[in-house]
Each structure stands twice: as C-alpha cells, then as structure tokens.
Design a protein around this ligand. Structure first.
Ligand SMILES: Nc1ncnc2c1ncn2[C@@H]1O[C@H](COP(=O)(O)OP(=O)(O)OP(=O)(O)O)[C@@H](O)[C@H]1O
Ligand SMILES: Nc1nc2c(ncn2[C@@H]2O[C@H](COP(=O)(O)O)[C@@H](O)[C@H]2O)c(=O)[nH]1
Length: 207
C-alpha cells in the first residue's frame, strides 16, 4: 500500500520540527505560535505512554495510550517515528501529521533527538529548530519549577539534555538553534525563522 503521508508532505507547506532538551521551552514557544497564527499552524498530537499532567487534555496535548496499544500500532505501521524517552514511549502517528496537512496548515512536531534522527530518514522535509536553555543550571531550575517531574525523571531528563546539546552541534542537523533565555526574544527568532513559510500559507489562503 502506498504511503500517502509523504504525498501530502510534498504538496503542502513545510512542517516544523521543534526539538531540544526537556524544559528548554518548546511547548511554551509553540503554544505562542499556535495562538498568534490561528489558521496557519497545526500541532501534530503525539502518542505517549506517560500519564497526563494536570491541565493536559487527551487528544489535544497527547493521545495517552498504554504500552501495549502503542506497540501494536507501531507494528501495524501507523507511526512516522517513535522513541523511548525518560522511561516512556512517544511517537508521531501518520494520522496526526495528515490531520494537520489536510487543512493546509504548517504542521508542528515537538519531538526528541531520536525523533529528529528518524524524521531525517523520511521525506517530510521539515524546518528543523532546536530550542535550548541558556545553561544546564537554568534548565534544571525550569524543570524543577514546572513541578512535573519526580527526582528520578528529572535526572533522566537532565542526562538526556546533556547528550541532546552535544548532538545538536552536529553541522547541518538543525536549520537554527535558538537559545531561549528571554522568552520574547526567543519567540521573535522563531517567528523570523518561519516567516517565509507563514507567508506562503497566508498567500495560499488569500487566493
Ligand atoms: N524564556 C523562559 N524563561 C523562563 N522560563 C521559561 C522560559 N521559557 C519557558 N519557561 C518555563 O520553563 C518550563 C519548561 O518549559 P516547557 O514546558 O515549554 O518546556 P519543553 O521544552 O516543552 O519541555 P518538555 O520537552 O518536557 O515538554 C515551563 O514552566 C515554562 O513556563
Ligand atoms: N520522538 C518523539 N519525541 C516526542 C514526541 N512527543 C513528545 N516528544 C518528546 O518527548 C520529550 C518529553 O516530553 P514530555 O511531554 O513528557 O515532557 C520531549 O523532548 C518531547 O519533545 C514524539 O511523538 N516523538
């Protein structure tokens, strides 16, 4: 059977991959984009086996599933990419990407470094953005202040962050690395990076 995800990817605007250490500010920044540019961006809702955090909604932030359900769906070829992160499974389903691209929106994927490497093997052709904190100390403070992690999970995320920051230096891996120190400044850089694609969607919607 042919994979229609890729045909849609060729036709519509380029997706955006937002990656970077847990706690660097990816969700904060992408939520600002979705709010300011209503009708331009759409979020690719991932699947995960982790439990929802207070305030998170099933189907909006993630599709919360069991490991068994997720493994079966992966085996069935339903995912573009998947990864194990900090003791849980995460993955982007083909349906999640298609749902956004069917509306001719810029599809935003919030994924870890394993996801970036796997998306590179597809022909999704996204813009790759790495969001990083100014230092490991600041990253740790943000994660602690967010109050979402146990000590064990915090340690796993900080260990993964160190690896992530090193790998992100690989030439050509990311189109842009944004250091999220001042939120407004980081958001400004993100918008500058995506300006051309935003304009394309606006032009298409006008005509
Ligand atoms: N520029 C900033 N200055 C201070 N705090 C920030 C800044 N950007 C984000 N934060 C805060 O840092 C915390 C982590 O941000 P956020 O949840 O967006 O990170 P994330 O990269 O999406 O993490 P994860 O990958 O775990 O989902 C949040 O509490 C957020 O409010
Ligand atoms: N490879 C993938 N990584 C994903 C996906 N969805 C989220 N993530 C990444 O997981 C970590 C942790 O997220 P959290 O919500 O538990 O804090 C973070 O780095 C996300 O970018 C996915 O579908 N694939």
């Amino acid at each position: 059977m042919r994979d229609h995800t890729n045909e849609k990817a060729m036709a519509g605007p380029r997706p955006v991959v937002m990656s970077g250490p847990s706690g660097a500010g990816k969700s904060t920044l992408l939520k600002k984009l979705l709010k300011e540019f209503d009708g331009v961006f759409g979020f690719s809702v991932s699947h995960t086996t982790r439990s929802p955090r207070p305030g998170e909604e099933n189907g909006k932030d993630y599709h919360y599933v069991t490991r068994e359900v997720m493994q079966a769906a992966i085996a069935n070829g339903e995912f573009v990419e998947n990864a194990e992160f900090s003791g849980n499974m995460y993955g982007t389903s083909k349906a999640a990407v298609q749902a956004v691209q069917a509306k001719n929106l810029i599809c935003i994927l919030d994924i870890d470094m394993q996801g970036v490497k796997n998306i590179k093997k597809t022909d999704l052709n996204p813009i790759y953005v790495s969001i990083q904190a100014p230092s490991m100390d600041i990253l740790e403070k943000r994660l602690r202040d967010r109050k979402t992690e146990s000590e064990e999970s915090l340690k796993k995320r900080l260990d993964a962050a160190k690896v992530d920051v090193e790998i992100s230096k690989e030439p050509g891996l990311f189109d842009v690395i944004i250091i999220n120190e001042d939120l407004d400044a980081a958001y400004g850089k993100l918008k500058d990076t995506l300006l051309e694609e935003i304009q394309k969607v606006r032009d298409t919607n006008k005509s």
